[in-house]
Design a binder for this molecule. Sequence first.
Ligand code: BG6
Length: 483
Amino acid sequence: MQAFDLVLFGGTGDLAMRKLLPALFRRHLAGQIPADSRVLGVARGALSREAYLARVEQSCRQFGEGAFDATRGASFASLLHYVSADARQPDSFGAVQAVLAGREAVTRIFFLSTTSARFAGICDPIGRTGIATPDSRVVLEKPLGQDLASAGQINAQVATVFAERQIYRIDHYLGKEAVQNPIALRFGNLLFEPLWRRGSIRHVQITVAETLGGGSRGSLFDQTGALRDMVQNHLLQLLCIIAREPPTSNEANAIRDEKLKVPRALRPLTGADVLAKTVRRQYRTGAADGKPVIGYLQEAGVPADTTTETFVALKAEIDTWRWAGVPFYLRTGKRLQEKVSEIVVTFDEVPHWIFGGATGLPSPNRLRIGLQPCDSITLTILAKKPREVMTLQAVDLSLYLAASFKAQPLDACERLLMDVVKGNLTLFRRRHEFDAAWSWIDPIREGWARHDTDPKGYAAGSWGPAASSALIGRDGFAWNGEL
Ligand code: BG6
């Protein structure tokens, strides 16, 4: 691996301190940071290098999983530099230029860990000062824009400085090991792919449930809401992984070509469909971990009259030969009962039931891909109950990946950072994919703005509103766990 200069804009921000710098620290301990590499924290504040190092040390102690000690801290600190610069002040940006001067041969990574409203303002001086070498990379944090128009504008501005092959749009869900399991499962085994279609699959559920409230990041979440914060990116990414066609190879473009076709084939949710096929709610007071918790409207930093949703459930349909007639149910919410992320694929019933009784057991085969709290794969099959003549019962074939491989998964952030260093774009989103995702999301928000202006509530600590169970129940199904 080639040495790099990682220029971290928003270098004192929450994400940098909580995630990125501890992730770099752990990769450094693992011996993965090439010699002569540097990390340049950039922020507006006038901080000395010592003061910056002290902040980084504190965050690595807190989030470095107990690995921090004075010796390791000192060796990591030798990589770190701090540059005070304000992209809005052309003169102050010269400081960044000066620190990079003479190191053109080293891979330059510009990591924009700021709100996307500032991306253009940062890229502009990068372009003007000529510090972006042809081999440079730029990493864009989510959320990228607020809708199709704003995302398009930001992408266009970034494109004036960087070519698409240099742009790494992050979605940390794509860096989770468990998210890559469905790919291995589908395309590394003969077993599933012939059944991976209408006629064999009845429906698919994708759940990303959180116990945390939306208020912990205050108004930031409030400006975004669950649809844009979670569905537009993480849940649609999971949907793409489950629904895409087999790529011709494991090469980044081959994978991303197939992924793009999924959001483009999503049936638009417009007009009456928005109300019929989506549920939008806000949590109210309830309980978490046996203790009472406040409702979203009472959270600090959240406007008392906000209409931002903290829960979304919806029914998506993909208009392709493979998926016509197979519903995909997506749900995500804050302050739900458990932190669980899972994909559940339910297969059809057998065409002819020979084991007696008027009807067969309902849809017995299910494949559950667990992403959180642990990476697991569970296939539910029917087996004969011992000692009984021919009584069938559902049993689980389960695989817990950490136990089977005797290895803990790599943190998503570490994985994605190292992919940027290696120049591997496979797990990053392309511009067209963003456009397709926003084109599908925007009409849902427009429909809500017209007809569902005041979201109803659900109790904190529950599994969400009854309307979410009704959404899937109308088609004769139930959310996993509600069976
Ligand atoms: C982030 C969202 O992208 O993902 C947060 O902005 C959310 O609101 C988080 O809490 C969930 O990530 P994870 O990895 O904890 O499921």
